[in-house]
Design a protein around this ligand. Sequence first.
Ligand SMILES: O=C(O)C1=C[C@@H](OP(=O)(O)O)[C@@H](O)[C@H](O)C1
Ligand SMILES: C=C(OP(=O)(O)O)C(=O)O
Length: 432
Amino acid sequence: MGNYISLKPTTKLSGIVNIPGDKSISHRSIMLASLADIPVTVTNFLHAADCWSTVNCMRALGVTIDQNKEGDLTVTGNGFYGLNEPCDVLDAGNSGTTMRLLTGLLGAQPFFCIMTGDASLKKRPMGRVIAPLTKMGLNIIGREQSRYAPLALTEAEQVTGIEYDMPVASAQVKSAILLAALYANSPTVITEPMPSRDHTERMFETFGIPIKRSGKSIIIDPVGQIWAPERINVPGDISSAAFWLVAATIIPNSQLLLVNVGINPTRTGIIDILKLMGADITITNERWSGREPVADIIVRSANLTGITIEPEIIPRLVDEIPILAVAALFAEGQTVIKGAEELRVKETDRLKAITLELNKMEAHLVETTDGLIINGPQKLSFAKCISHHDHRMAMSLAIAGIAAQGVELVESDCVKISYPDFFTVLEKLKQD
Ligand SMILES: O=C(O)C1=C[C@@H](OP(=O)(O)O)[C@@H](O)[C@H](O)C1
Ligand SMILES: C=C(OP(=O)(O)O)C(=O)O
């Protein structure tokens, strides 16, 4: 497959999209199931490169993970203390979630291991997990004074609980601490500045691990054992659905039914903001997938108005900002995104990259230190854009292109990180 794609503009999108499994929940289901003493079958697992990085790391730790012909994974671990020292370096690929969560889990194990990742992951900050985990007694060192991967983890003499006030709202940091806290000798209290996605907490409860919540704090007691379910069903990923929510909104005469979308309130910032901008989004058929709420969503084209997005909501839509920037280009009036500096330490600096690439389409985005300013509506032209090897960039640029004058997208195959079928689905939904 060539690593670029040429997309023509489209006049209308319509159809039904089955939203692929949630990336965050897929990672967590494999990690927790790996600690069980019964086989756990994970259904609707996200078959994408990031989640396979987690599967391959867990396999290297002695966990058996088999796939049936429906694509379900059965995870057979060796119990709560059953992970084995890996024979080789663990490779987290492009996945920040794999590396940060496993640093917490594996740092608490009685063995040595090394974790690395691709060029992008080796540039992402790891000090944010190493700092609290070191306070817990874990021995972790990394490149450049323990700021970056590769990371080397050696056996901790003792894992102790901590009280930790998180300097940034990050579900990955919170989850790394929570995983290490399972193996500690005393309780851990984590306080978040703003609520980040709570899939780890919900998944812990699914595995019989009690979590207490008190205001902005989470309290967890060490456990010696977990009670695994036989089956976990992963809901669809709202971060993947976000591309269709925006596409159907900005492309006239469109209507899409998005089936099986996770609507955990720590993730639905994109729906709240699009609705405030004037989007026509209807949530139907609300139901539960384990402890995660799920719904089907109908989205129809609508005229959008610019909005100010305040820092408080950013953790609830952190991965959706590139596609929100595209929506803002089609909105009437000014959109201001504030408090989004975390985007600078994702797969690429997403504030810089989205500004650079959309401006190649003759858009005019203004990059600020912590966000973006976009005056809409703007007329975009055809351009050759680059994804910066960032899956969310690639999908956002693709939607901008089909809604405007087309795009030639270089390094498009990075969509395999979170949504391998993205371009196939896109072609099916186009109605011209
Ligand atoms: O915990 C998770 O699964 C994730 C948390 C977020 O990162 P941070 O924890 O760095 O905010 C998000 O951007 C990432 O895509 C997935
Ligand atoms: C930032 C992302 O993921 P990760 O941190 O797991 O690489 C993402 O999926 O947008």
